[in-house]
Design a protein around this ligand. Structure first.
Ligand SMILES: NC(=O)c1ccc[n+]([C@@H]2O[C@H](COP(=O)([O-])OP(=O)(O)OC[C@H]3O[C@@H](n4cnc5c(N)ncnc54)[C@H](O)[C@@H]3O)[C@@H](O)[C@H]2O)c1
Length: 280
């Protein structure tokens, strides 16, 4: 497609025969998204840091007849994401969907977070999607077949949660990255969406399982009660994945999953606007 394509033509109307790369695709939301795309007839590249879960996911998807490969990837490592892109094009000759989905959470008061908590969160949650944009988007545009970039941010990227400082910061960055990319690729054939869920059933509360040894153990003080106090329902990842496919077909920028998030997003916007009463 040329640079003159109108925005309405950006993105993908259907997924049959298309190639999707999903980071963090071996568990939770990423795995459910992979399964939903497989049902639509897409070919898949599952990228994950957890070897055992990655092998399981690839085997199970393959058993249902999906063309799928697994590529062990650390999204926080630029060379690893470049290698993922090379492997994807080498195997399938094209990439149409990039889901920058891998993410981790560290819990506790912002002021009590260790430097390593910040580093780990930034590497996976923010550098990961930046690496994805660097390694994939210019090639997806040059390939000229249209496509879609999905970012899994969080409700926390729109309204910060208590005791999730590094998570909130990185997810706000992901929202800004998606908004920026959306503006800059307009007319290129590439759609952009950012998923902003509240709680979804997954293994995110055990993120530390993939924490590199050199970044130490978490200083997390979060308890089961703290987790229970997070607002909103806990949705099934399959329901979220179905919503995401529909939103991609519409090239919808913000993907909200929980209706109960709406007053909270409006409340934050109103608090920001109210402070203009004191502006010059
Ligand atoms: N579950 C929720 O309630 C919720 C809510 C809002 C946003 N999210 C976001 O959804 C995304 C998916 O998380 P999930 O909830 O499915 O959790 P999950 O732990 O079930 O899945 C995350 C996957 O990312 C992988 N991963 C972790 N570090 C990685 C790295 N450095 N490189 C590559 N892969 C890595 C994990 O191995 C895992 O397979 C994350 O970005 C998360 O922040 C989750």
């Amino acid at each position: 497609m040329t640079g003159n394509v109108s925005e309405s033509q950006d993105g993908l109307a259907d997924f049959a025969g298309k190639v999707a790369v999903i980071t963090g695709g071996a568990s939770g939301i990423g795995l459910a998204f992979a399964q939903a795309l497989a049902r639509e007839g897409a070919k898949l590249v599952i990228a994950d840091i957890e070897q055992g879960a990655l092998e399981d996911a690839v085997r199970r998807l393959g058993e249902r007849g999906t063309e799928v490969i697994g590529v062990k990837t650390d999204v926080g490592d630029r060379a690893s994401v470049e290698a993922l892109a090379d492997r994807s094009w080498e195997r399938f000759g094209a990439v149409h969907v990039l889901a920058n989905n891998a993410g981790v959470a560290t819990f506790g008061p912002t002021q009590a977070m260790s430097h390593e908590d910040w580093l780990w969160s930034m590497q996976v949650n923010l550098w990961g999607p930046i690496h994805g944009v660097e390694a994939f988007v210019p090639r997806m545009i040059a390939q000229g077949e249209g496509g879609h970039v999905l970012f899994t941010a969080s409700f926390a990227g729109l309204v910060p949660n208590r005791e999730l400082g590094p998570y909130n910061v990185t997810k706000a960055g992901v929202v800004a990255l998606a908004e920026s990319l959306r503006k800059d690729v307009r007319g290129s054939g590439i759609g952009v969406s950012v998923l902003c869920p509240m709680r979804v059933t997954s293994n995110i509360d055990h993120s530390y399982r993939n924490r590199p040894a050199e970044l130490g153990r978490s200083t997390s003080t979060y308890s089961a009660e703290d987790l229970a106090a997070l607002q909103g329902r806990t949705l099934a990842p399959e329901a979220v994945a179905a919503l995401v496919l529909d939103a991609i077909r519409r090239n919808q920028l913000y993907i909200h999953t929980h209706k109960e998030a709406e007053p909270l997003v409006r409340g934050r916007s109103e608090r920001i606007a109210a402070a203009f009463a004191h502006a010059l």
